[in-house]
Write a protein that binds this ligand. Structure first.
Ligand code: FAD
Length: 468
């Protein structure tokens, strides 16, 4: 009765329909809540489904098939030079995305989750104001879940120019520029760089840090660095872009490495320097929700903000900005609202770069162990000793496991090679279960699979394999 008069009301209102938002809405509905899901996009699914995880993986799949077709020619099967229809590639990518976003619509309908297309801002501690195509609508709630995600970071010294694109622009695949500069050698930059290289661009990558994908260990990155270096025009490390000038015949970029500067022209620049949370855009102060100066919303282990009936999940609550983290948090938020004793208690969150080769890591990295003064013992199984990898025409992977030398418990892993992203899940489970080297080494892995490399690395630790 104390709630403000609103056009619509639900027990739980979720703002943002990315992996966090739709997962929270569906779980809340399954737990018996009435739910309204607000998103300003044309389709449900947020960044991940529309302009992130899924379209990038669809394009990487095509790039990989093209690479494999080329490489198999060395083994006696020649497909010739591929002909390339960019319109069809684009259509296929769109069709993958629409199958998934269409599926979400069906799932929402089935659960009687009401969806509103529009931009939501807080109108008070129990109300959202949503700007829709038909005007403003007010929505009141008992509980709210903020799942507004993040947006690509813009660099102030880069001019507004159609030739400067972000990941969303790159995924549109408008054209294949002759000279592409990827600004930022993180996961998104490397994935999209490989797509454009395969489709014919001369790709250069510039990264400020001493290595690409700085979150992963150097030995795990090495095979990717080797393959990308042989295909890209160049990968500039410890190099900063200090200026970009929009000229008629190209974007003139100034690079600074140490004391040296140089200039070079590109046809397009893909800015992939990270993502910023959308927390400042929702008038959170109207509801009393604290947002930090960067736009992150702080939450406790139950995903509650400083205002207990307003929860937040996904990219907007912090790193790592990954879809599976958002989904996990979403389920907790919905369960907490339903009165369950749920809390975020995951031991580890795996990270994956779906590059070729794939790079995946989970738990403690060697870099982190060093920084934090944690003593670890590592065991490495190089994939040149993997029959399956060789049978796939590749010898450029490795599986590295990090153990506590005293308890032999597994603390972390880095895997690089084909399907590393799938393989890392086993180690995530092992860490969650508190497995030790013996548990992993004594688990029978199917032969010949890449998953064997995890068991074999544990055997290396145990000393049952010595001669590799
Ligand atoms: P988002 O997916 O960002 O969704 C938020 C939604 O809220 C959006 O639809 C937005 O329009 C909407 N919104 C925002 N503000 C409002 C408002 N005020 N009112 C209404 N609606 C609003 N992660 C992985 O785990 N694996 C990958 O392979 C992967 N690949 C990626 C590739 C690219 C190119 C990019 C850009 C990202 C990738 N990510 C990947 C990251 C992943 O997309 C995000 O971590 C994930 O989407 C975060 O989910 P979320 O629910 O927090 O928010």
């Amino acid at each position: 009765a104390d709630l403000p008069r609103s056009d619509l009301h639900a027990d739980t209102v979720v703002v943002g329909a990315g992996p966090g938002g739709y997962s929270a809405a569906f779980r809340a509905a399954d737990l018996g809540q009435s739910v309204i899901l607000i998103d300003n996009g044309d389709t449900l699914g947020g960044v991940c489904l529309n302009v992130g995880c899924i379209p990038s993986k669809a394009l990487l799949h095509i790039a990989k098939v093209m690479d494999e077709a080329e490489e198999v020619s060395a083994h006696g099967v020649d497909y010739g030079t591929p002909s390339f229809n960019l319109d069809k590639v684009r259509d296929w990518k769109k069709s993958v995305v629409s199958r998934l976003t269409g599926g979400l619509k069906g799932l929402a309908r089935k659960r009687k989750v009401t969806t509103i297309q529009g931009f939501g801002t807080f109108g008070g501690p129990n109300q959202f104001v949503v700007s829709t195509a038909e005007g403003k609508k007010t929505v009141s709630f008992q509980n709210a879940i903020i799942a507004v995600g993040s947006s690509p970071v813009k660099l102030p010294f880069i001019p507004e120019d159609p030739r400067v694109i972000d990941s969303t622009g790159a995924l549109e695949l408008e054209d294949i520029p002759k000279r592409l500069l990827v600004l930022g050698g993180g996961i998104i930059g490397m994935e999209l760089g490989q797509v454009y290289q395969r489709f014919g661009s001369q790709v250069s990558v510039v990264e400020m840090m001493p290595q690409i994908i700085p979150g992963a260990d150097k030995d795990v990155i090495a095979p990717l660095m080797k393959r990308a270096s042989s295909r890209f025009k160049e990968i500039m490390l410890q190099t900063q872009v200090t200026a970009v000038e929009a000229a008629a015949d190209g974007l003139i970029v100034t690079f600074k490495k140490g004391e040296e500067t140089r200039r070079e022209a590109y046809d397009k620049i893909l800015v992939a320097v990270g993502r910023a949370p959308n927390g400042k855009k929702i008038a959170a102060e109207t509801a009393g929700v604290a947002v930090d100066e960067r736009g992150f919303i702080k939450v406790d282990r139950q995903m509650r903000t400083n205002i207990p009936h307003i929860l937040a999940i996904g990219d907007v609550v912090g790193q790592p900005m990954l879809a599976h983290k958002a989904v996990h948090e979403a389920h907790i938020a919905a369960e907490v609202i339903a009165g369950h004793k749920a809390a975020f208690d995951a031991a580890v969150i795996p990270s994956v770069a779906y590059t070729d080769p794939e790079v995946a890591w989970v738990g403690l990295t060697e870099n982190e162990a060093k920084e934090q003064g944690i003593i670890v013992k590592k065991a490495v199984f190089p994939w040149m000793a993997s029959g399956r990898s060789l049978a796939m025409g590749r010898d450029d992977g490795l599986t590295k496991l990090l153990f506590d030398p005293k308890t032999k418990r597994i603390l972390g892993a880095g895997i690089v090679g084909q399907n590393a992203g799938d393989l890392i899940a086993e180690v995530a489970l092992a860490i969650e279960l508190g497995a030790d080297a013996e548990d992993i080494a004594l688990t029978i892995h199917p032969h010949p699979t890449l998953s064997e490399s995890v068991g074999l690395a544990a055997e290396v630790f145990e000393g049952t394999i010595t001669d590799l």
